[in-house]
Design a protein. Structure first.
Length: 409
């Protein structure tokens, strides 16, 4: 099976939005054993869209299209498919009534232009959209399948899981591709590759190393006749990776650090408070992205100035004697823990600006952790622009906290 993804929308070509639909669909196809050969982006131009569709129809068995199904004049996916296949569009009365009912339920008058969303060609079957007014199409002809989906990701993903994925599974059976991702932090990509170099030459399963926003990911992929067989092929390689990188591994697959940390805090019955300087509130924001954070997160204090640190409980003499960066990390973590009545305090402080501070170079950061029994300050160097540095230090703080929590009884 050769698959192709076409993303429609001029806004994609202008860089106004990121094509998350293509990456989502690309991640789904390996589980079906379907090889993705091409991904295209095309603007809201009928002639160019027809040209891209004709090329896809000639070379691919499965064509997945997102975007261009709205009610406006520049939504041209239906018209382009009809032209490419030589079929005529016709308003389907039942579908028209369903769209009218959606607007009626929302107490909104339906624009006349929305009627075009009820248009079908003879080869198309409707794919219902539970999140919007634009239905998708399922077209089977000439031993090919063409599927259309709306542009908004919040509509694409439910439609894929509920409507499209089951249909594809019914039609295609064979080898599946199974992947498992191991997530690490604390070592650069070249160091990781060197450590696992003996595993990189395997053809099936394969091991690939990627730099991501939350560390370095290692993806193990196996192709087999069943998921059980593929998992069995991957297992010894995963054991080897875990043995080599054990202290740097923090999660797998869909894990995110804030959720991993949250589970550990919940499991151990501990509460958390933080004081941030160089991360400016991003650490607190990230922690509260995890479901259930209110059960363990007491709160966060953003202390960007020395005056704020003192106001929140840091001893002014420490700042006078040692400065606001080094020993301050431990003092800030302790102050956050005591002030907010938490079991564990975490802090971030460092030089995030463009000039050195207190004799410390730009990008030097300290992460403080105080669990009442012990205190520590972890030094790091995170060069890059301010936004990138804040994200990386936030990840580092969560990773260091995860290590501390994992070691606690």
């Amino acid at each position: 099976m050769r698959a192709e993804i076409i993303s429609v929308g001029t806004e994609l070509l202008l860089g106004e939005i990121t094509d998350t639909n293509a990456s989502f669909l690309a991640s789904q196809l390996p589980m079906l054993g379907i090889d993705l050969y091409w991904i295209s982006q095309v603007g809201d131009n009928r002639a160019r869209l027809v040209e891209v569709l004709r090329c896809a129809w000639q070379r691919s068995d499965l064509i997945l299209i997102t975007g261009g199904l709205g009610p406006t004049e520049d939504d041209l996916t239906r018209e382009a498919i009809a032209e490419m296949l030589g079929e005529r569009l016709k308003i389907e009365p039942t579908l028209k009534r369903e769209i009218e009912e959606i607007f009626a339920q929302r107490a909104i008058k339906m624009p006349i232009s929305s009627i075009k969303q009820a248009a079908l060609i003879p080869s198309a079957n409707v794919i219902h959209n539970t999140q919007g007014t634009a239905p998708g199409w399922w077209v089977e002809r000439d031993r090919r399948i063409l599927v259309t989906m709306p542009g908004p990701p919040r509509e694409v993903q439910p439609m894929w899981h509920k409507e499209i994925l089951p249909r594809i599974r019914q039609r295609f059976s064979g080898a599946i591709i199974f992947s498992k991702t191991i997530k690490t932090f604390g070592l650069p990509e070249p160091a990781i590759e060197e450590l696992v170099s003996s595993l990189l030459s395997s053809a099936n399963p394969t091991l690939a190393v990627y730099a991501k926003a939350d560390g370095i990911h290692l993806r193990l992929t196996a192709k087999s006749q069943s998921q059980e067989q593929a998992e069995g092929m991957i297992a010894p390689y995963e054991t080897s990776v875990r043995s080599i990188l054990s202290e740097y591994i923090w999660g797998t697959d869909d894990d995110v650090l804030e959720t991993v940390v949250g589970h550990l805090l919940t499991e151990k019955g501990l509460s958390l408070a933080i004081m941030e300087s160089c991360t400016g509130g991003l650490l607190a924001t990230t922690i509260t992205d995890a479901s259930g954070a209110s059960t363990y997160f007491k709160g966060g204090l953003v202390a960007y100035s020395n005056e704020a640190k003192i106001a929140y409980g840091v001893d002014a003499r420490l700042i006078s004697d040692y400065g606001a960066i080094t020993e301050m990390a431990q003092a800030m973590a302790e102050a956050a823990r005591l002030r907010l009545g938490a079991d564990i305090g975490v802090s971030t402080t460092g030089v995030a600006g463009s000039d050195e501070m207190e004799g410390k170079p730009v990008a030097i950061v300290y992460i403080g952790i105080d669990d009442s029994r012990s205190k520590r300050a972890i030094k790091g160097n995170y060069p890059g622009d301010r936004v990138w540095m804040k994200r990386w230090v936030t990840t580092a703080a969560l990773f260091e906290l995860k290590k501390v929590l994992s070691a606690l009884d």
